[in-house]
Write a protein that binds this ligand. Structure first.
Ligand code: SAH
Ligand code: SF4
Ligand code: F3S
Length: 441
């Protein structure tokens, strides 16, 4: 078998970070990363289960790569990540093509499982762990720009949002040793990175106890900002029930903590939020937004919204729209509710909103957000922002692209500047997705 490994990553940023851990583990055993699937002896799909269509995509992808295996029977195909964890050995029963199935906490076993598959046996490990954080593993970076990277600070989730499969496929929440986080961040800075995004399903509940001292997320953030003032620090995801004024003050207190909070509301109706088991009400969410606005006045805000959750009425839906309008989100990820087997919602409630209504409501949510995003960008025209350059813009080599602290993309004539540099840009106009401006000295 060729020792080249090819990996495709689906789903959230967590999976992106995990794929880098997976490649690191395999490289230590002599595997070489390839960008060309036709060269690979080992093909891995790092999968997502969050909605049914996420899993559908993977099944179609498996069909599409079937011919590679027909051509060369030695190729090993591995399904790893959240869908592997959810379906376990059913993956092997459903698709004869797959040789190995590995859940998110079993990546250290990958070399062994590959060897087993090489000797002709299907191999599987989907054990979840209470401790695994891959803290000692230095991820092999696979980002394109070399400026911005993800750093995983915790794994799993202890919340039980009724619709969500994550606690089942990622296991219990556990935080990673802050020293290993700092070491990874320093390594990134030393190799030219200028931005890190600290990742967890609920970063506000980060907790590390050492010598009877508790390090909270706020404490961790402060430690990471100290690595270097030229390093920007982002984080995701914050949970509305846990985001504290204390944390907001920390964010406000450091120039290199980015002024952007992703605070998924999911719904604007307190009744639906209760059914969702989100543990906050509309009023609580609004109070948190008011706190953000008063403690960090220049902060941008984004959300996730779900349309058509069980029993959602037109009135509940209107409450979601009015909350969005009131909050004036700068950006949003928006989804149709998709029932996931085994979750509380699947066990206890009926998925009773017809698909046409889910789609209609989703479209209303999307068109409102388009309007809000446009208002948010127009608001920036005429102002100057500090931008971290990420590289040439997609359209033209003469233009560079970067982001503001508020996470908005800015495109401007490069004037010889390079990625990784900070420059001030005056915003002249905006399109639907970007701010366009020129460098000011
Ligand atoms: N931990 C994060 C989000 C994890 S999943 C949080 O709590 O916010 C990312 C987003 O997918 C969620 O915020 C939610 O909006 C969406 N999502 C999760 N399960 C879903 C489901 N069953 N159907 C539709 N959207 C879902
Ligand atoms: Fe899922 Fe809720 Fe955990 Fe987010 S906080 S991962 S939505 S259970
Ligand atoms: Fe992420 Fe999808 Fe898993 S959203 S945690 S990759 S189920």
């Amino acid at each position: 078998m060729s020792n080249k490994v090819y990996i495709e990553t689906y789903g959230c940023q967590m999976n992106v970070a995990d794929s880098e851990v997976v490649i690191s583990i395999l490289s230590d055993k002599g595997f070489q990363l390839t960008q060309n699937i036709n060269d690979a002896g080992l093909i891995l799909l790092n999968t997502c289960s969050i909605r049914e269509n996420a899993e559908q995509r993977i099944w179609s992808r498996l069909k599409a790569i079937k011919h590679l295996k027909k051509k060369n029977g030695e190729i090993i195909i591995g399904l790893i990540g959240c869908m592997a964890e959810r379906l376990k050995k059913r993956v092997l029963e459903t698709d004869q093509l797959v040789d190995i199935v590995v859940g998110p906490d079993a990546y250290r076993e990958l070399p062994l499982l590959v060897a087993e598959a090489e000797s002709g046996h299907k191999a599987i490990n989907v054990l979840l762990s209470r401790e695994e954080t891959y803290a000692d593993i230095s991820p092999v970076r696979m980002d394109k720009n070399g400026v911005s990277s993800f750093v995983s600070i915790m794994r799993g989730c202890n919340n039980m949002c009724a619709y969500c499969v994550v606690p089942y496929v990622r296991g219990a929440e556990r935080s990673r040793d802050p020293q290993s986080i700092l070491r990874e961040v320093k390594e990134l800075f030393d190799s030219g990175y200028r931005e890190v995004t600290l990742l967890g399903q609920n970063v506000d509940s980060y907790k590390w106890i050492f010598n009877d001292k508790v390090i909270t997320f706020s404490g961790l953030l402060e430690m990471v900002t100290q690595v270097n003032p030229l390093l920007r620090v982002r984080f995701s995801t914050s949970h509305p029930k846990d985001i504290s004024d204390d944390l907001l003050k920390t964010i406000a207190g450091y120039d290199n903590i980015c002024k952007h909070i992703h605070l998924p509301a999911q719904s604007g109706s307190s009744r639906i939020l209760k059914l969702m088991n989100r543990e906050y009400s509309r009023e609580w969410y609004m109070d948190r937004i008011r706190a953000i606005r008063s403690i960090i006045p220049d902060c941008s805000l984004s959300t996730d919204m779900i349309s058509g959750f069980c029993t959602e009425t037109e009135e509940d839906h209107q409450a979601s729209l009015s909350l969005m309008e009131w909050a004036g989100f700068d950006f949003a990820y928006m989804f149709k509710y998709s029932e996931r087997p085994g979750t509380k919602a699947a066990r206890k409630y009926k998925d009773d909103i017809p698909d046409e209504i889910k789609t209609k409501r989703l479209n209303e949510i999307i068109s409102l957000q388009n309007k809000l995003s446009s208002v948010s960008k127009k608001h920036d025209v005429g102002k100057v922002f500090e931008v971290l350059i990420e590289g040439p813009s997609k359209r033209s080599q003469e233009f560079l692209s970067g982001r503001t602290s508020q996470n908005k993309v800015v495109v401007f004539p490069g004037e010889g500047h390079k990625k990784g540099e900070y420059i001030n840009v005056f915003i002249e106009r905006c399109t639907s997705a970007t701010l366009i401006g020129k460098i000011v000295k």
